[in-house]
Design a protein around this ligand. Structure first.
Ligand code: DGI
Ligand code: FE
Ligand code: FE
Length: 201
C-alpha cells in the first residue's frame, strides 16, 4: 500500500510511528484481514482529506478498527464481564463485540487514549445515533474499501465521494436489510442508527 502522501504521525495520539503500528496490527490478524485493514486506511485517509477530518486520526483509527476481531470468544466474554460492560452484549457475538472490545484493547495494549479515535473504533460496526465526522469516515471506509466486493458496493463508493452522511445512511440501510435477509440477531444500536439516519419518522 503506498501511502506516500501521508505525513508522519505527530506523536500526540500514539507512541508508535505508522510502520510500528502496522506491525502491531499485523500480528493480531490473518493476512486477509490485514489487507482489509490497509484498504480501510487508504479509503479513510482519502475521505478524511475530503471531509476535513484529521488524516492522522483517520489513519490510526482505520489501522486499529478490527484490532480485536480475531480474539477468541472466551477472552472477549471474560473482558466483557471483568470490565463491567453491559452484559446484554453476551447475547451477541464477535461481530458486535470486536469494535467495543477493540476500543478497550487498543487503549490497554497500544496506549491509544484519544476519545475520538476510540469512539470511531467502538462504533465502526453498528454506527450510532450521533456520530462525529471521524466516526462516519471509519464506518463508511470499512464498508467501501477497495477490497470489498458485494452488490451495491460501487454505488456506496460513489455516494461516499459525494456526501458522507448519505453514505452512512446507505450503508446502514443495506447492512440492516442484509442482516434481516440472513435472519441475524439485530443489536439495538444498529436499529437506533437506522432510525436516526434512514427512517423518516
Ligand atoms: O469487521 P468487518 O467485517 O470489517 O466489518 P464490520 O465490523 O462493519 O461488520 C462485521 C459484521 O457485523 C458485518 O457482517 C455486519 C455485522 N453486523 C452489523 N450490525 C449487526 C451485525 N451483525 C449482527 N448480528 N447484528 C447487528 O446488529
Ligand atoms: Fe469490524
Ligand atoms: Fe473492518
Amino acid at each position: 500500500m503506498k501511502m506516500d502522501n501521508l505525513p508522519d504521525y505527530s506523536g500526540k495520539y500514539i507512541v508508535y510511528d505508522r510502520q510500528r503500528l502496522i506491525e502491531q496490527v499485523q500480528m493480531q490478524m490473518s493476512e486477509k484481514r490485514f489487507k482489509h485493514v490497509l484498504g480501510v486506511e487508504e479509503m479513510a485517509v482519502g475521505l478524511a482529506a475530503k471531509y476535513d477530518v484529521s488524516v492522522e486520526k483517520a489513519s490510526i483509527a482505520a489501522l486499529t478498527h478490527d484490532y480485536a476481531k480475531e480474539r477468541p470468544d472466551d477472552e472477549m466474554k471474560f473482558i466483557l464481564k471483568k470490565e463491567a460492560f453491559d452484559l446484554d452484549l453476551l447475547d451477541y457475538g464477535n461481530q458486535i463485540w470486536h469494535g467495543i472490545i477493540g476500543a478497550f484493547l487498543v487503549q490497554r495494549e497500544l496506549g491509544i487514549q484519544d476519545p475520538e479515535i476510540l469512539s470511531a473504533i467502538r462504533l465502526h460496526t453498528t454506527g450510532a445515533k450521533v456520530m462525529t465526522s471521524l466516526d462516519k469516515v471509519i464506518y463508511v471506509a470499512d464498508y467501501v474499501e477497495l477490497g470489498r466486493n458485494f452488490p451495491g458496493v460501487e454505488e456506496a463508493r460513489e455516494i461516499a465521494l459525494m456526501d458522507l452522511d448519505k453514505a452512512v445512511a446507505y450503508e446502514t440501510k443495506h447492512t440492516l436489510m442484509h442482516l434481516i435477509e440472513k435472519e441475524k440477531k439485530i443489536y439495538p444500536k444498529t436499529i437506533e442508527t437506522f432510525n436516526a439516519w434512514v427512517a423518516n419518522e
